[in-house]
Design a protein around this ligand. Structure first.
Ligand code: X2X
Length: 335
């Protein structure tokens, strides 16, 4: 190589050196934690978010989804802490799993506060929802949008449940804050806390008799195959999903990218809420076809459960905040 060619070659290689890191910086990858995979509406919400963000940022932002709470070794109630400390960049998370660190999120777990989907929307889309987002942000995570896991129905292996007395001594798997222990204890059941990862083996071996989860989860996870042959539609609570971002990650983004991320989250959330609600009737049909005995409550039977769980409010409304509770109750009543 003569000296001229050598110079040209050097110039070309240094150009490569300069352009390589610039190119690498162009795509930023972020981790997104979910508990359920994209076999479920919850995981599909995260996939939708990732697709919208990747497309609209023309590949500058890539969201990589880690389902099954794997970033916290399956321990879903540590997800919020892991987000705050930066182990997780983003999440699509259940209000139940964040409620140990954000007490305001226990609002949604109050038994029979939200009778229907309009009641969920009245809370999340109004002043109460805004106050809850402020509470999340105050604790170090930026909330962007709402999604939905769904109304949680009660299944068990022992027999049909249509009144509080039917729960006597029933070993029920629950997760989240101690509010759930209070709800099931006051109904005479024997609740035990465990992660979703541990719940399925516990149902299989009969270590627990029952569990509560939305119909989509019961269906897709084939909970009927682990002996859960009785299902009571009592709509005692629903867990919304929150799309959230670690604060430092959020602050590192340009205003344009923040807007892009938030708008994509709002769209993905609205899409997932509509989809999971639309699928409910069909899902219930499928569950019945598999031979699960489904119990629907009469208004009187429903009222007996409402009465039996009143004490949960006395203990938990002060922890959630009387003001927030009043806002939520007013929104539900006015829906
Ligand atoms: O663990 C559960 O029950 C689940 C999957 O619904 C939540 O993460 C709250």
């Amino acid at each position: 190589m003569n000296s001229k060619n050598l110079l040209t070659a050097l110039a070309a290689s240094s150009l490569l050196l300069i352009s390589a890191p610039t190119f690498a910086q162009e795509t930023r990858e972020f981790s997104v934690s979910t508990v359920l995979s994209d076999a479920f509406p919850w995981g599909q919400a995260a996939v939708k978010w990732a697709e919208l963000v990747e497309e609209r940022s023309e590949g500058r932002m890539k969201l990589t989804i880690y389902p099954n709470a794997q970033l916290v070794s399956g321990d879903q109630t540590r997800e919020f802490s892991a987000m705050r400390s930066g182990i997780i960049d983003m999440a699509v998370a259940s209000t139940i799993n964040w409620s140990p660190q954000v007490p305001e999120l226990n609002l949604f777990s109050l038994p029979f506060l939200m009778p229907d989907e309009a009641a969920i929307d009245a809370i999340t889309q109004g002043e109460a929802g805004q106050a809850i987002f402020e509470a999340i942000e105050k604790r170090g995570v930026i909330p962007l949008a709402w999604g939905e896991n769904g109304f949680r129905e009660l299944s068990n292996s022992r027999g049909a449940i249509s009144q509080p007395a039917d729960l006597k001594g029933l070993k029920v798997r629950v997760v989240g804050s101690p509010l759930f222990l209070d709800t099931f204890n006051t109904l005479g059941a024997n609740p035990t806390q465990m992660s979703w990862a541990d719940a399925q083996p516990a149902l299989t071996t009969g270590a627990v008799d029952g569990q509560e989860n939305p119909l989509s989860v019961f269906d897709v996870a084939r909970i009927d195959q682990v002996g859960q042959k009785h299902l009571t539609l009592w709509r005692y609570m629903a867990d919304p999903l929150v799309f959230g971002v670690n604060q430092r990650v959020w602050n590192s983004l340009s205003t344009e990218d923040q807007t892009l991320l938030k708008e994509a989250a709002i769209e993905a959330g609205a899409w997932e809420i509509a989809k999971s609600r639309a699928e409910l009737v069909e899902t219930l049909e499928r569950i019945k076809e598999r031979g699960v005995e489904v119990t629907e409550l009469t208004p009187e039977q429903h009222a007996a459960f409402v009465d039996a769980t009143e004490s949960v409010y006395e203990k938990w409304v002060p922890r959630i905040g009387q003001d927030l509770f009043n806002k939520a109750k007013a929104a539900v009543d006015a829906r």
